[in-house]
Design a protein around this ligand. Structure first.
Ligand code: FAD
Length: 268
């Protein structure tokens, strides 16, 4: 069955990092009052390349559902077709349209909400921004039920910390949201965290176990318990390129985490 294609009109495009060539997009789906999706899902964007061949690429939605709008966060990939098409001001100016289908994907928050570690590098922060907008809407409502929510965001330079002001403001407003940007190639002026995301995820897990008086690694879950009855008090959500996702999964495995506690999306 053919997928339903929607036309999305570009209402706004902002370069959020010149150095990383990363862009934030606001689209409006034409002819619809609402475009519904779960935070963490993605759309598939479709466009013909220079040979007239239809190309399709997945892009995580970087916002919680709101009317017919959705937002994307895309960085240019060297020699890449679609990312450069989206980022190019001549090919895709404000007012132009793209075709999309979706929403798609299972990279969504597990219910009920538990303590959660969100781990992202680069534009992998897009679905995390959607989660956070849903958990802590701007009107002051709170769906987190007081659970601890960490965002560990790894990048190389301070100039590539996407949405930093937004996340800092959220961390100031919400005491149970902990924002941990970490740089792998920081210069001497950087006063924040350093190193890869794994280092800081490990600290979160070890300090939490200490507070709870638990030992690590966690004891294995009884394999006789059916998947539907498994009950975890913390999940980790990981999004970005495969080498980072694999590294964090291995780390969690070493702490005895069950595979169902780890939800991930790989961009490559
Ligand atoms: C579920 C899902 C969600 C995604 N969400 C986002 C998102 O929110 N924002 C975003 O910017 N990208 C996202 N991506 C990646 C996106 O779909 C494209 O792969 C990316 O934009 C590159 O496409 P392109 O046409 O420009 O490059 P292509 O023409 O497909 O590839 C050009 C070259 O770049 C390499 N390459 C492909 N993808 C990447 C990448 N992500 N990083 C580095 N090198 C790459 C390829 O191996 C190839 O050598 C997502 C991917 C998946 C699977």
């Amino acid at each position: 069955m053919a997928r339903e294609l929607y036309t999305a009109r570009l209402a706004r495009k902002d370069c959020i990092s010149e150095v990383a060539q990363c862009y934030h997009f606001l689209f409006e789906v034409e002819g619809r009052d609402s475009f519904d999706y779960l935070p963490g899902q993605f759309v598939s964007a479709v466009a013909p390349d220079e040979n007239g061949k239809q190309q399709t690429r997945a892009y995580s939605i970087a916002s919680a559902a709101s009317g017919n709008k959705f937002e994307l966060c895309v960085n240019r990939v060297e020699n890449g077709f679609f990312s450069n098409y989206l980022a190019d001001l001549t090919l895709l100016p404000v007012g132009a349209t793209i075709q999309i289908h979706g929403p798609h994907g299972h990279f969504v928050l597990q219910e009920p909400i538990t303590d959660s570690i969100f781990v992202a590098t680069g534009t992998g922060v897009a679905p995390m921004r959607a989660y956070l907008q849903w958990l802590f809407p701007a009107d002051g409502a709170d769906r987190s039920q007081g659970k601890d929510i960490w965002l560990v965001y790894g990048t190389r330079y301070e100039s590539d910390i996407y949405y930093r002001a937004e996340f800092e403001a959220l961390a100031n407003r919400v005491p149970n949201f902990h924002y941990l940007p970490t740089l792998s190639r920081a210069d001497d002026t950087w006063k924040g965290l350093r190193g890869h995301v794994q280092v800081h995820v490990a600290k979160i897990i070890e300090e939490r176990a200490k507070r709870q008086g638990r030992t690590l690694p966690a004891p294995p879950v009884d394999p006789a318990i059916p998947a539907a009855n498994l009950n975890f008090d913390i999940y980790c959500y990981i999004c970005g390129l495969n080498f980072m996702v694999s590294g964090v999964r291995e780390l969690l495995d070493g702490y005895g985490w069950h595979k169902k506690q780890v939800v991930f999306e790989r961009y490559d």
